[in-house]
Design a protein around this ligand. Structure first.
Ligand code: SF4
Ligand code: SF4
Length: 386
């Protein structure tokens, strides 16, 4: 940018930016709705100028700065954009260029190395991948199984979200589903995609696709909506491949009578829509039907629900970057849920559980308690959680 604020276009940069964004910014007419709705405007004095980022992409020039790393890919701006501009995909394309320029935040290269060496972004030893399933005697997946239970890196290693994976095992067993796991399950690559490392992502997706096909995987059920998004939208489909989120699958089991909730659970619950389940894949009703199927439980809607839901702050690679106190979207969501007076704030995503629970702890909010849908469902089985 010149001193007078005039941007000088550079042919090479123009080629790079237009190739990376594939002209997706062209329909933008600079209305500014994206900037107005972006949740960063609720937690920072200066909202992220999303409109400007899209303008730079449209002009085929750079100068986007640190702002590209803030996007949680929540999709709220995309849902509201009158021109249907894929804002977060454009931002991920700019992140890809930032890797070429070695202009990426500290911490991201080591997160990718952790996936390369250990198979997970949490930098945990591969030998502990199955620790979440200790004592459950799960079967290694074979083509005779009805489905592959894909736990994902967070469900496998994070101590809090391991409980979600174990609750889901209890539910699948209660419905007599024959399922298997991959003992050395590979990372789906979601964190690689959202930080924009396209070349490495292509390697991981190709290797996993071969492995899954060779193992005879067809139906696959994920704990995380982020893994679901990878398998459903960023893997090449193969014959019979059907990735499902657990809320969709459990909803089917309830509706065909395979899964029954017999124990009453008196209380009120609000449901937080994870961005990657709701706005990304339109899965709004299955988790609500599951909660509604629990006897005694009353579902209360949050003021911002479904398409309007506020992001927890954990998507778009933000789990691997520092978010300063006072700037966490989860704090706003906890206050919103607190205002409804519910006992539980249920959600269906490991990242959401972690972000919301963290905010509740920092704010000292004890009611509502943050839970995953599986955890309430297990209590309604009338069986002890495994
Ligand atoms: S909302 Fe859409 S059209 Fe409006 S400035 Fe943002 S990207 Fe452009
Ligand atoms: S996807 Fe979400 S975080 Fe990213 S720019 Fe749009 S509203 Fe902001």
């Amino acid at each position: 940018m010149s001193e007078a604020g005039v941007r000088v276009l550079d042919d090479l940069v123009w080629d790079e930016v237009t190739a990376a964004t594939q002209g997706a910014a062209a329909p933008c007419f600079q209305c500014g709705v994206c900037t107005a709705v972006c949740p960063w405007g609720l937690v920072q004095k200066e909202p992220v100028n999303v409109r400007r980022l899209i303008r730079l992409a449209q002009l085929g020039t750079d100068g986007w700065g640190e702002a590209i790393w803030l996007c949680t890919t929540c999709g709220l701006c995309e849902a509201r954009c009158p021109r249907g501009v894929p804002v977060s995909e454009i931002i991920l394309a700019l992140r890809r260029l930032a890797w070429d320029r070695r202009a990426v935040p500290k911490g991201l290269p080591s997160m990718l190395w952790a996936i390369h060496w250990d198979g997970n972004p949490l930098d945990q030893p591969p030998s502990q991948r199955e620790a979440w399933a200790k004592g459950l005697n799960l079967e290694p997946f074979t083509p005779e199984h009805e489905l592959l239970f894909y736990v994902g890196c967070t469900g496998a290693y994070d101590r809090r979200t391991q409980k979600i994976a174990r609750s889901l095992v209890t539910l699948l067993r209660a419905a007599r589903v024959r399922f298997g796991i991959f003992p050395d399950e590979p990372c789906c690559g979601e964190s690689i995609r959202t930080v924009g490392q396209e070349e490495y992502l292509a390697e991981v997706v190709a290797a996993n696709t071969e492995r899954f096909k060779a193992a005879g995987v067809r139906k696959l059920v994920t704990v995380s909506p982020h893994c679901l998004d990878m398998f459903r939208s960023h893997y090449p489909p193969w014959d019979g491949f059907r990735p499902l989120h657990y809320t969709e699958y459990l909803d089917q089991l309830v509706s065909d009578g395979s899964l029954r909730f017999k124990r009453e659970l008196r209380g009120t619950v609000a449901y937080h829509d994870p961005c990657y389940l709701g706005r990304r894949h339109g899965i709004y009703d299955a988790p609500r039907r599951l909660l509604a199927a629990i006897p005694g439980l009353t579902l209360v809607e949050l003021p911002a629900a479904r398409e309007d839901a506020l992001c927890c702050g954990g998507g778009g690679g933000r789990m691997w970057l520092e978010t300063h106190a006072g700037e966490r979207f989860g704090d706003l969501r906890i206050r919103e849920a607190e205002g409804t007076g519910v006992e539980w704030l249920a959600t269906a995503c490991p990242f959401c559980v972690l972000c919301l629970e963290d905010s509740a702890k920092v704010l000292g909010v004890e009611r509502p308690r943050v839970v995953d849908v599986t955890e309430l469902a297990v209590r309604a089985l009338g069986e002890a959680s495994s």
